[in-house]
Write a protein that binds this ligand. Structure first.
Ligand code: CTP
Ligand code: MG
Length: 222
């Protein structure tokens, strides 16, 4: 039963505001997409990796990723959902998919292995989750608070998100957009299991996140 990791790396990184698309920005001297792929390989849980990048970055990605028959680069799309859809199409024979953001470059390989182990144990949808530290409120278009969900019942969701391949393909058959893959699976009514996430799997989104990541890797100046 083959486990294929799909790595969305086709975003523009607007919130980070660097010169290059975010996945190609270095952390500790190494591009995020390379760190993410190295982490997947180090997990020992993945048979093949498909990386989705902006169209003009295909050759550049091939050059900076480890030379391996099991790592492929394809063109992503305008939304993250489009990029994941392109990855699914490039790996139609998978038994399981692990969808893992390039921007979660410091994700411990042990977390990746735990998600894969839950899939093999028969759970069709598995996502890493952490308690939220801030109180979360909903607001209307004017910014007026409309509600405060009970914090103890909220979780911040990370990647890799693991799915039985048929389930993820079915979720992506509908032409919908979402900020994570599990949301599309939830719309099918499937049970999505949470496991304990890892703080190091945080998504590098803002300049502060990049400073934190560089500092954690011992390169505080970037
Ligand atoms: N991603 C992708 N294709 C897109 C948009 C995002 O493959 N069209 C990827 C990003 O490269 C990233 C992951 O999805 O690895 C998570 O997205 P996010 O953190 O939002 O990255 P960006 O979209 O690049 O950043 P921003 O939203 O600030 O522009
Ligand atoms: Mg984005």
């Amino acid at each position: 039963a083959s486990v294929v990791a799909l790595v969305p790396a086709a975003g523009r990184g607007v919130r980070l505001g660097a010169d290059a698309p975010k996945a190609f920005v270095a952390v500790g001297g190494v591009p995020m997409v390379r760190l993410a792929v190295d982490g997947l390989l180090a997990s020992g849980a993945v048979d093949r990796i498909v990386v989705m990048v902006p169209p003009e970055f295909v050759a550049g990605a091939v050059a900076l990723l480890p030379p391996s028959d099991s790592v492929d680069v394809v063109v992503g799309g305008a939304e993250r959902t489009d990029s994941v859809r392109a990855g699914i199409a490039a790996a139609p024979n998978a038994s399981y998919y692990l969808v893992h953001d390039a921007a979660r470059a410091l994700t411990p390989p042990a977390l990746i292995a735990r998600v894969a182990a839950e899939l093999r144990a028969g759970h069709p949808a598995v996502v890493p989750a952490l308690p939220v530290v801030d109180t979360i409120k909903s607001v209307d278009a004017e910014g007026v608070v409309t509600g405060t969900p009970e914090r103890a019942r909220l979780r911040a969701i990370q990647t890799p998100q693991g799915f039985a391949a048929d389930l993820l393909r079915a979720a992506y058959a509908a032409d919908l957009v979402a900020t994570d893959d599990a949301a599309l699976v939830e719309r099918l009514g499937a049970r999505v299991r949470t496991i304990s996430g890892d703080p190091l799997a945080f998504k590098i989104t803002t300049p502060l996140d990049l400073r934190l990541a560089n500092t954690l890797l011992g390169h505080p100046a970037g």
